[in-house]
Design a protein around this ligand. Structure first.
Ligand SMILES: [Ca+2]
Ligand SMILES: [Ca+2]
Length: 215
């Protein structure tokens, strides 16, 4: 049991990454989109109720001049803009440490903005469509303008990132297939460690009360 506790202590120490002076949220990669989508298995594909996403509109219908389903997206997608509502918020507080976030950004426009916020709505990082591709002209079929974008989270932002805020001053900022690479929040960790502890205790008990062997 003592060695088990040592392992748990080491694991907890490994998870507790100290804040870095270079803490940042950086654009990690922009991968031209494919049809059908071929990125990581999404955390949120909007095919079921997604209460984590508020504002904007979750729809499966493109509307000319308002919003277009991202190239490679299937079913429902999330659109943010003057016609559908802006901003849109994706709540990430059910996650603990977050290491990266990726999603399908459809018909990238220069006037699309994504902000990474902490729990007090301080802006940790901000990117617009021109940071993704130039010219960001909203083309609805060009893979370069319908890419899988991935943002890497480092340092203290790993723990402080609480939500995404998508906004667009014209129609529209369309997305699908958000993938959140994270570990469970601390309360969930505590439950998991308790579970491991109970398993270990059960194994000890079984060992202790094993019937004596006769030779
Ligand atoms: Ca979808
Ligand atoms: Ca667009």
């Amino acid at each position: 049991m003592r060695s088990f506790l040592k392992i748990v202590a080491a694991a907890v120490a490994a998870v507790a990454i100290p804040a870095s002076a270079n803490a940042a949220i950086l654009l990690g990669s922009v991968t031209p989109g494919t049809n059908p989508y071929s990125g990581p298995t999404p955390t949120y594909d909007f095919e079921t109720a997604t209460p984590q996403a508020t504002g904007g509109l979750i729809t499966n219908t493109s509307v000319s001049g308002v919003s277009a389903q991202p190239f490679g997206s299937s079913g429902f997608f999330w659109t943010v803009g003057p016609s559908d509502g802006t901003p849109g918020i994706l709540d990430l507080t059910s996650f603990g440490d977050i290491f990266n976030v990726s999603f399908l950004w459809g018909s990238v426009d220069a006037y699309n903005t994504i902000e990474f916020l902490d729990a007090a709505n301080n802006v940790l990082a901000s990117f617009n469509g021109s940071n993704i591709f130039n010219p960001a002209n909203g083309n609805q079929t060009d893979p370069n303008l319908n890419p899988l974008v991935r943002f890497n989270v480092t340092g203290g932002e790993v723990t402080s990132l609480a939500r995404l805020r998508l906004s667009s001053t014209s129609n529209a900022f369309e997305t699908d297939n958000f993938t959140i690479n994270a570990v469970p929040e601390p309360a969930t960790w505590a439950l998991m460690l308790l579970g491991f502890g109970l398993v270990g205790f059960g194994m000890r008990r079984r060992h202790k009360f094993a019937p004596p062997a006769f030779a």
